[in-house]
Write a protein that binds this ligand. Structure first.
Ligand code: HEC
Ligand code: HEC
Length: 123
C-alpha cells in the first residue's frame, strides 16, 4: 500500500491531537484549595445546593459546584490575611479554574455533617 498525501495529512492530524491531549493532561498540578476550616466558606458556598445522599443518581451525577459563587471570597480574604501570590502567578480572575476543589467525602458533592451545620446555612 502506498501512503499518499491525504494519508500523511491524516497521520499528522492524529499526531497533533494526541500531542495536545498529553500537553493538557499533564497540567493538573496547581495546588488545590485546602479543605480546612479557613476554606470552609468556599466549600460551603460551592456545595450549598448539593443534592443529599438520598437524591436520585442523576441529580448527584450532574451536580456542579457553584464555583463562581465561591470565588468571590478568595481574593479579599487572601489580601486581608496577607497570603502572598507567587511572583509569576498567572492572571487570577477565575481561581477555581486552576485551583481545584478537593473531592469531599465519598458522595459527589456531599459535605461532612459538621461542615453542613456551620457558617453559611446550607440551603
Ligand atoms: C476566609 C479566608 C480565606 C478564603 C475565603 C480563601 N482562602 Fe485560601 N488561604 C487562606 C489562608 C489563611 C491560607 C494559608 C493557610 C492555609 O493553607 O490554610 C490560604 C491558602 C491557600 C492556598 C495555598 C495552599 C497551600 O497548600 O499552600 C491556596 C491554593 C488557596 N488558599 C486558594 C484559595 C482559593 C482558590 C480560594 C477561593 C475559592 C480561597 N483560597 C479562599 C485563607 C482563605
Ligand atoms: C490561570 C490559572 C490560575 C488562576 C486563575 C489562579 N491561580 Fe493561583 N496559582 C496558579 C499556579 C500555576 C500557581 C503556582 C503553582 C502552585 O503552587 O500551585 C499558583 C499559586 C497560588 C498560590 C500559592 C500556592 C502555594 O502552594 O504556595 C496561591 C495562594 C494562589 N495561587 C491563590 C490563587 C487565588 C486566590 C486565585 C484567585 C483570585 C488564583 N490563585 C487564581 C494558577 C492559577
Amino acid at each position: 500500500m502506498k501512503i499518499n498525501k491525504r494519508d500523511w495529512l491524516f497521520i499528522g492530524l492524529i499526531v497533533v491531537v494526541t500531542g495536545i491531549f498529553f500537553a493538557i493532561s499533564g497540567k493538573e498540578k496547581t495546588t488545590p484549595v485546602p479543605n480546612d476550616s479557613t476554606h470552609r466558606i468556599v466549600y460551603e458556598t460551592a456545595y450549598r445546593n448539593a443534592p443529599g445522599p438520598d437524591a436520585s443518581f442523576f441529580k448527584r451525577a450532574f451536580f456542579k459546584p457553584d464555583k463562581q459563587g465561591a470565588e468571590v471570597y478568595c481574593e479579599p480574604c487572601h489580601k486581608e490575611k496577607g497570603i502572598p501570590f507567587p511572583p509569576n502567578h498567572p492572571p487570577k480572575n477565575r481561581c477555581l479554574f486552576c485551583h481545584k476543589l478537593l473531592q469531599i467525602s465519598g458522595e459527589a458533592g456531599s459535605l461532612p455533617e459538621k461542615t453542613r451545620t456551620q457558617g453559611v446555612p446550607v440551603k
